[in-house]
Design a protein around this ligand. Structure first.
Ligand code: AMP
Ligand code: GLY
Length: 429
């Protein structure tokens, strides 16, 4: 098979690594890809938002399957163009991707279908939004409607702060993405992400993960795209997964089909484990980054038949996916200054050495200079992933590998997986 993979981050490097292992994959083309993917496939310099160019590339290489990493490509209508060209695409159409690209769409959808989530309102005028604060209790959750790279959510401790956030969002801080705001009831509980492979009619659970959104140790500092992740996540007890599947994932896929927007690709359900059971925090229409990295390392079997069956619209005949029994952790190495102003161009040494069978280093924002030297070219730069018999062993292996990478221009959190470690330690006591 000829496979086109769209995107350039650590998520896409992990997908490329997994796809390239499949005996079904004859040719892998990554657009635009990153230096870490060079050994796995060819690279073509096209932006993820260039739907027309990517569809033309898919035709040129006679792609049997296109796998879409980032939401920006989905919003740009890549899946729609590929459908018109008759090329199977793993990733939803722009309409179906609204589950992620419009928070107002997704909240209205959840309400229409009685799927558990926080109470909310949608406002396009600051005065209405501020007046509505009185029906919510603090802390106030204010969200920009559209895509804002994970930065469009504010949790305000009091009304004055909430009002300032409303003014900032509706005042153009996120451009068109902030033309409307959503105000939500605050949900208390532990968060986790559940992933499902969907073929338009059916959903097959892929498992859960937990990520760390804050930049610094102790869950402090600004929100980021994610500084680390691990899977499985102990918050997902078998009971919680069963409830989430029955009350959230399956109803969502059925209702999307019933509304004429069959959902194909991966559904990322960000969930809050509350006393009343799992409730939806948000949906994403693609794999999480860095959650994808740990999921790809957990899957033992071939993922390509699943991606293809989802893209073609029928996963029903496939045997269950096999998983490694171990825990996988991913620690993100970011450029100093991330997320506000990451320093570019610093040299990285030692990222491509052999770290042994339980460790993988995925590239995200890296580039290669003319002299072949690897250097930083983004916020999140490398993802060091490791397998272990438990979270502690996985964590030790990941941090041991990080100590062997020489990159003075980077930083990382030293406490990835702390919730799971605390839980394991408590269980042993
Ligand atoms: P989102 O981009 O919608 O996932 O929101 C970013 C983060 O804000 C989430 O991961 C949660 O930690 C937090 N958050 C969002 N909505 C709520 C809510 N209704 N209640 C509590 N926390 C929330
Ligand atoms: N790690 C969170 C995300 O990919 O949205």
């Amino acid at each position: 098979m000829n496979i086109l993979l769209v995107g350039s981050g650590g998520r896409e490097h992990a997908l490329a690594w997994k796809i390239a292992q499949s005996p079904l994959c004859a040719r892998l083309v990554c657009a635009p890809g990153n230096p870490g993917m060079e050994a796995l496939g060819e690279r073509r310099d096209l932006k993820a938002t260039d739907a027309e160019g990517l569809a033309a590339l898919a035709r040129e290489i006679r792609a049997d399957l296109v796998v879409v990493g980032p939401e920006s490509a989905l919003e740009a209508g890549l899946a729609d163009r590929l459908a018109a060209a008759g090329i199977p695409c793993f990733g939803p159409t722009a309409k179906a991707a609204q589950l992620e690209t419009s928070k107002a769409f997704s909240k209205n959808f959840l309400e229409r279908h009685d799927i558990p989530t926080a109470g909310y309102g949608v406002y396009d005028r600051a005065a209405d939004a501020k007046a509505a604060l009185s029906v919510f209790k603090p802390p106030y959750v204010i969200k920009a409607d559209g895509l804002a790279a994970g930065k469009g959510v504010a949790i305000s401790p009091d009304k004055a702060d909430a009002e300032a956030e409303i003014d900032r969002m509706l005042g153009g801080r996120f451009g068109a993405a902030g033309a409307r705001v959503v105000i939500e009831e605050f949900m208390d509980g532990e968060e986790g992400s559940l992933f499902a492979l969907c073929d338009g009619q059916r959903a097959v659970l892929l498992g859960g993960a937990q990520d760390h959104k804050r930049a610094f140790d102790g869950d402090l500092g600004p929100n980021t795209g994610g500084m680390g992740a691990y899977s499985p996540a102990p918050v997902f007890t078998p009971e919680l997964v069963e409830q989430a599947d029955a009350r959230i994932v399956q109803p969502t896929i059925k209702a999307m089909a019933a509304e004429g927007m069959p959902y194909r690709g991966v559904l990322y359900a960000g969930l809050m484990a509350t006393e009343a059971g799992p409730r939806v925090v948000e949906f994403n229409a693609r794999f999480g980054d860095p959650e994808c990295q740990v999921l790809m390392m957990r899957i033992a079997g071939d993922i390509v038949p699943y991606l293809l069956a989802c893209a073609r619209g029928d996963v029903s005949g496939l045997p269950p996916l096999e998983f490694h029994p171990q825990t996988v952790i991913c620690v993100v190495l970011a450029a100093k200054g991330y997320p506000d102003s990451p320093l570019e161009g610093s040299i990285i040494r030692g990222a491509s050495q052999d770290f042994g069978p339980d460790v993988q280093v995925f590239h995200a924002g890296t580039t290669r200079r003319k002299d072949g030297q690897l250097c930083a070219a983004g916020g999140r730069v490398l993802n060091v992933c490791a397998r272990g018999d438990d979270i502690r062993q996985a964590r030790e292996r990941a941090y041991a590998a990080i100590r062997r990478i020489d990159w003075p221009g980077g930083f990382h959190r030293t406490d990835i997986g702390w919730r799971a470690v605390e839980r394991e330690t408590a269980e042993e006591a």
